[in-house]
Design a protein around this ligand. Structure first.
Ligand SMILES: [Zn+2]
Ligand SMILES: [Zn+2]
Length: 280
C-alpha cells in the first residue's frame, strides 16, 4: 500500500526544501507519493515531477490558495491529478500580486507613522529562493526588530502588523467560495485545509455547501478529537478525507507544522476518490 503526504511546501513558496530536495526526502521517508501544495503557486510542480521520476515518487500537482472570510484567513487546497486549466495559473499570479501590493501598503503606513522602511530591506529578509510574492509581514517584522523599533516579532505584530495594529491593512482578497470555484473550474479537487484551526464549524459546513470535495482531517495542528470530528463530517457529506504534514522544512532543527510523511493517506483510495469527484 502506497502512502501519500498530500500537503507540502517547497521553495516555490515559503518552504525551505527545493522541489528536488523535497522529493528526495519523500523517498527517504518511504512515501509512495507526495502532493506539492505551495501557497498560491504551482511553480514547483514541474521540477518535483522530474525528480519524482528519478526517485520513483508519484507527484500530485496541487496548490494551497489563501482566501479571506469574516476576517479569517482560510486555506483551500486544490489537487490536479489530471489536466490543469491554463487560465488558472494566471489567476494564481493575480493573487500573488495582491500580496506584493499589501507589503507596499504596509510600508506606506509605517512611513506615515515616521518609521521609514525600504522594500529592499524587507526583500533582504527572504530566505532561500522563495519568490518576492511570498515575502510578507514576518519579514517586515524582522526589519522592525533590526531597527530597534520593537524588541520582538510578537511586539511588531501587536503594535503594527497584526489585526488592529497601526500599519495593518488588507487589500481585497478572494473568498473561500471563489477559491473553491476557481479550483473546480480548472479541473481540480477543492479540499479545505486544516479545518480545525479556524475554530468555526459553521463556516466549514457553509463551504461544504459551497462545493468542497474534501476535508483535510489529518494535519499536525489537529487534535485526535478534531481528526475524528472531520472524518465524521466528511463521511456525513460524502466528502474525501485527506491528510498531510504541511511540511515546510525545519527551522532551527525543529519541523514547522510536521515532519514530512507525519500525516498520510492511502494513495490508491484517494486517487480513486479523486477520479470519482472529477467525473462528476
Ligand atoms: Zn495552510
Ligand atoms: Zn500549508
Amino acid at each position: 500500500m502506497k502512502r501519500a503526504d498530500l500537503h507540502t511546501h517547497t521553495t516555490a513558496s515559503d518552504g525551505l526544501y527545493s522541489p528536488e530536495e523535497l522529493v528526495r526526502a519523500a523517498e527517504k521517508a518511504g512515501l509512495g507519493a507526495v502532493a506539492i501544495t505551495d501557497h498560491d503557486t504551482v511553480a514547483g510542480v514541474d521540477r518535483a515531477k522530474k525528480a519524482g521520476m528519478q526517485w520513483g515518487i508519484e507527484i500530485i500537482p496541487g496548490v494551497e490558495i489563501s482566501s479571506l472570510a469574516g476576517g479569517k484567513e482560510i486555506h483551500v487546497l486544490g489537487y490536479f491529478p489530471g489536466e490543469m486549466d491554463r487560465g488558472f495559473v494566471e489567476k494564481l499570479q493575480s493573487l500573488r500580486e495582491v500580496r506584493r501590493k499589501r507589503n507596499e501598503m504596509i510600508l506606506e503606513k509605517l512611513k506615515e507613522l515616521g518609521i521609514p522602511i525600504q522594500m529592499d530591506e524587507v526583500l533582504a529578509k527572504k530566505r532561500g529562493e522563495s519568490p518576492e510574492a511570498n515575502v510578507g509581514r514576518p519579514h517586515i517584522a524582522e526589519v522592525l526588530v533590526d531597527k530597534g523599533v520593537v524588541t520582538s516579532i510578537d511586539e511588531a505584530f501587536e503594535r503594527f502588523l497584526g489585526r488592529g495594529g497601526a500599519a495593518y491593512c488588507t487589500p481585497r482578497r478572494i473568498s473561500p467560495e471563489e477559491a473553491i470555484r476557481w479550483i473546480s473550474e480548472a479541473g481540480g479537487i477543492p479540499v479545505l485545509a486544516h479545518p480545525g484551526i479556524y475554530g468555526d464549524d459553521k463556516l466549514v459546513e457553509g463551504l461544504i455547501r459551497g462545493g468542497l470535495a474534501g476535508l483535510e482531517a489529518y494535519h499536525p495542528d489537529h487534535t485526535p478529537e478534531m481528526e475524528r470530528r472531520y472524518e465524521a463530517l466528511a463521511q456525513k457529506h460524502r466528502l474525501i478525507v485527506t491528510g498531510g504534514s504541511d511540511f515546510h522544512g525545519e527551522r532551527h532543527g525543529v519541523p514547522y507544522h510536521g515532519p514530512l510523511g507525519s500525516r498520510t493517506v492511502d494513495l490508491d483510495r484517494v486517487e480513486a476518490l479523486f477520479a470519482l469527484k472529477r467525473g462528476k
